[in-house]
Design a protein around this ligand. Structure first.
Ligand code: ZN
Length: 203
């Protein structure tokens, strides 16, 4: 693993132990020099092993990750990633602070309100003049490069995420299916993502 010496990106490395109920991880923080947003890489195992590691690129979801919301599958997806990495013995979760597919918490609640009135997750964003998916993975590519990897095995059901990472110079050598979190509350949400946003439904 490289020392975090990229001064342009992050002046002071911040890297610490992170014992979790899933195992003894480490966490390294990053600050995006463009917008000041803070992100984290949560990693497990030997980062000097140059075999492409298992990686999950997870975008923050306050309601799903922290509050146990069943409107989406984010919480179980995050937990499944940490468990899978621990079981495999090595891997990285990139936790990106781009709430609500990049539209932010306030707009996400506006979109939820429209969904409560019958719109699906895509039309709700479009009705608010917001992008269907405003996430950007440039920082993810940078974080991987900083840790020392340009080739990864990506846990995702989202082909767009694979393509965006490839565009940013990440070599995705394998897409690993990521099945977790389907329930009756989020079935329509996931069906919309499969039917209209190219996701491969995790069932
Ligand atoms: Zn979510």
């Amino acid at each position: 693993m490289k020392e975090n010496r990229n001064m342009e990106f992050n002046a002071v490395p911040a890297d610490a132990k992170l014992p979790t109920k899933y195992g003894d991880f480490r966490i390294r923080s990053y600050v995006d020099p463009i917008d000041g947003s803070e992100h984290a890489a949560i990693y497990y195992g030997d980062m000097n092993n140059q075999t492409p590691p298992l990686v999950r690129v997870h975008s923050e979801c306050l309601t799903g990750d922290a509050l146990g919301s069943l409107r989406c599958d984010c919480g179980p997806q995050l937990q499944h990633a940490l468990k899978t990495i621990q079981r495999e013995g090595r891997g990285i979760v990139l936790y990106l602070r781009q709430e609500g597919r990049g539209i932010g918490l306030f707009a996400k609640m506006q979109a939820y309100n429209l969904q409560d009135r019958g719109l699906d997750t895509l039309d709700a964003n479009l009705a608010l003049n917001l992008p269907a998916d405003g996430r950007n993975y440039k920082i993810a590519a940078h974080m991987l490069s900083d840790i020392g990897y340009d080739s990864i095995r990506l846990m995702t059901n989202n082909p767009d995420k694979v393509e965006q990472l490839v565009e940013h110079g990440v070599n995705v050598v394998e897409r690993v299916e990521h099945k977790a979190g389907l329930c009756s509350e989020n079935r329509e949400y996931l069906r919309t993502k499969a039917a209209r946003m190219r996701h491969i439904l995790p069932i």
